[in-house]
Design a protein around this ligand. Structure first.
Ligand code: SF4
Ligand code: SF4
Length: 134
């Protein structure tokens, strides 16, 4: 084989890729479009201006990372609600089991993936923070 041929073939591949659509993004000025089934930061769903969660404890039970804390309260109508609902995002493995287990569709996963923070305590998302994400 002509010793120049591999060089020509290599250069041909290089030039072909130079004019193809880039696969990289100028992040963060350009944001990626995540897949429709992407599992990002959680959010709590609301109904009639209050969280849908009925503090059934299914999601903390099914969570393999044991990163959900729920405490039940009782309102004036003797209905259960989550007086405390927290997720430790440092431990969460984004498996989505909590969303699948919830019988009242109270928790969902959003497309938010930018979770960087400066302190460990800021990775614990309270009920109020999760409701804001809605
Ligand atoms: S996504 Fe998985 S690990 Fe994260 S809180 Fe839900 S059940 Fe737990
Ligand atoms: S989010 Fe759903 S599964 Fe978890 S405690 Fe509330 S109602 Fe139960």
């Amino acid at each position: 084989m002509n010793p120049i041929t591999p060089i020509i073939n290599g250069m041909a591949i290089t030039f072909k890729h130079m004019f193809m659509k880039p696969v990289t993004l100028q992040y963060p000025s350009e944001q990626p479009k995540v897949a429709s089934r992407f599992r990002g930061l959680h959010a709590l769903n609301m109904s009639h201006d209050k969280a849908k969660c009925v503090a059934c404890y299914l999601c903390p039970t099914v969570c393999p990372a044991k990163c959900i804390t729920v405490e039940a309260g009782e309102d004036a109508n003797h209905e259960k609600f989550a007086s405390v609902y927290e997720i430790d995002m440092l431990r969460c493995i984004f498996c989505g089991y909590c969303v699948e287990a919830c019988p009242v569709d109270a928790v969902k996963m959003t497309e938010t993936f930018e979770l960087a923070n400066y302190s460990r305590k800021d990775f614990i998302y309270s009920k109020e923070r999760l409701l804001e994400k809605k």
